[in-house]
Design a protein around this ligand. Structure first.
Ligand code: OGA
Ligand code: ZN
Length: 374
C-alpha cells in the first residue's frame, strides 16, 4: 500500500515492516496492540488495556496507509490507528523523546565564576528562571541561589520549586553546625574529605541543597568537583580500572545507636547511553570491601587510582559559601567537602535537605512544556 513519502507496509508473522525508498523499520504486533491510542485513558493518559487478557497473540489481518495514518485491522477486528510521525520517531530512537535528556557539561576547578546563579526571588517569581535553574542542574550538576531569607522556611520553599523534599537519615532537613555529641564529622569543625552524601542509604539522596545561614568563622571553605568529569577522563586514561569501578558494587555503612544503614553501590555509575552519570565516594562511610579477595587484587588499585584522580588540583573548585546563599548540587555527580574551621570565634551554620534526581527531571520537563505555552 502506498502512503505519504511512499511508505509501504507489509504484514509479517510477528509484526509489520514499514519501508520507503531508503528506510526500513519493523514493529512488533504486541507492541503495536499494547500501544494502540485506544489503550490509554483520555484524561489520565494511563494504559487501560490489558495485553494479558487477549485470547490469542495479536496479529494484523489488514493494514493500510492513508494521509499519514497507518491503520491496522486486527484478527479480533479491533482497529488501531497510528500517525506515521509517531511510529517513525520511535523507530529512530526507540524511546520517548525526553527534554531532560541533556548532555552533561563537565567542568573543572575554575568553574566558580561561571556557575549558574539565580536569586531566590527570581526562581520563585519567574518560571523561565526556574527552567534555566533546572537545566543548569541537569547539565552542570550545580547552581548557586543568592538572596535567601534568613528563615527556617526559605530552604524548604526553595527546594519545593524543584521537587518534594525526601527525608534522609537526618530527617526532612538537617543542620550542619558544631554539635556536642556528633554522629557525623559534618557536625564538628573538622575538615570533610571529598564525598557524596550518605551512600549507605539504599537510594542515596539525589539533589542536595545547603543553605548557608551563617559563616563568620576562619576557614570552612567549600570544596566541590565534577565527579563525572574525573570519571570520564579516567575512562580514557585507565579503561580497565574504569571498567572495574562501573561493574562491581562495594559496601557502605552508617551505623549508630538509633540506626544501622547498609548498602552496596557502584563507585562509577553509567547512564542508558553508557556515559558517566554519577559517582559514589565516601571513605568515611565505606565498609570493608566484600568483593572476592582475588578480585580486590585488581579492584583496590583501580579504586585508589580513582581517589587520586579526584585529588588532581585541576578539578578542585574552592570557594566560600556566604550567609544568604544556597548551593544546590547533584549528590550523585558532584563530590564535595570542606576545609576545617576554627569554632572558637564566629559561627557557621548550613541547613540542608534533599530531593530526588527524578523530581528534578520531572520538574524540568513540566517547566519546558508550560513555558512553551506561555
Ligand atoms: C555535609 C557536608 C559541607 C559543609 O554535611 O555532608 O558536606 O560545608 N557539609 O559543611
Ligand atoms: Zn556532604
Amino acid at each position: 500500500m502506498k502512503g505519504l513519502n511512499n511508505w509501504q507496509c507489509t504484514m509479517q508473522d510477528k509484526g509489520l515492516r514499514l519501508t520507503n525508498n531508503d528506510q526500513e523499520h519493523y514493529f512488533n504486533y504486541y507492541w503495536l496492540r499494547d500501544n494502540c491510542p485506544s489503550s490509554f485513558d483520555q484524561q489520565t493518559q494511563e494504559r487501560i488495556f490489558d495485553i494479558a487478557a487477549l485470547d490469542l497473540p495479536p496479529v494484523a489481518q489488514a493494514v493500510k496507509i492513508n494521509d499519514n495514518i497507518l491503520q491496522i485491522t486486527w484478527q479480533d477486528l479491533h482497529i488501531s490507528q497510528f500517525t506515521l510521525d509517531i511510529l517513525l520517531s520511535w523507530a529512530n530512537s526507540n524511546q520517548r523523546p525526553d527534554p531532560a535528556d541533556l548532555p552533561r557539561q563537565h567542568w573543572l576547578g575554575d568553574f566558580y565564576p561561571c556557575m549558574a546563579r539565580f536569586s531566590a526571588e527570581q526562581v520563585h517569581t519567574d518560571s523561565h528562571a526556574r527552567e534555566a535553574w533546572a537545566k543548569a542542574m541537569i547539565e552542570e550538576g550545580v547552581a548557586l541561589i543568592t538572596g535567601m531569607p534568613d528563615t527556617d522556611q526559605s530552604l524548604p520553599e526553595l527546594a519545593q520549586l524543584l521537587g518534594l523534599i525526601r527525608p534522609s537519615v537526618a530527617g526532612h532537613v538537617f543542620e550542619v553546625r558544631v554539635e556536642p555529641n556528633p554522629v557525623n564529622l559534618s557536625f564538628t569543625s573538622a575538615a570533610l574529605e571529598m564525598h557524596t552524601d550518605t551512600p549507605a542509604e539504599e537510594h542515596a539522596p539525589g539533589i542536595q541543597f545547603l543553605h548557608c545561614r551563617a559563616n563568620s568563622v576562619d576557614g570552612g571553605d567549600s570544596l566541590f568537583l565534577d565527579g563525572a568529569a574525573v570519571a570520564t577522563a579516567m575512562q580514557e586514561k585507565y579503561p580497565a580500572d574504569f571498567a572495574l569501578l562501573t561493574q562491581h558494587r562495594v559496601p557502605f555503612y552508617y551505623d549508630h545507636e538509633q540506626f544501622d544503614w547498609r548498602s552496596h553501590q557502584k563507585v562509577i555509575e553509567l547512564d542508558q547511553h553508557g556515559a558517566v552519570s554519577g559517582v559514589t565516594v565516601s571513605q568515611h562511610m565505606a565498609d570493608w570491601f566484600d568483593l572476592p579477595q582475588h578480585l580486590l587484587d585488581d579492584y583496590y588499585p583501580a579504586f585508589v587510582r580513582f581517589l587520586r584522580e579526584l585529588r588532581l588540583p585541576e578539578y578542585l573548585c574552592r570557594f566560600r559559601l556566604n550567609a544568604g546563599e544556597c548551593i544546590v548540587f547533584d549528590n550523585h555527580r558532584i563530590v564535595h567537602g570542606r576545609d576545617a574551621y576554627a569554632s572558637d570565634a564566629g559561627h557557621r551554620h548550613l541547613r540542608g535537605c534533599y530531593i530526588d534526581r527524578g523530581e528534578l527531571r520531572s520538574s524540568y520537563r513540566t517547566l519546558v512544556r508550560k513555558n512553551a505555552q506561555l
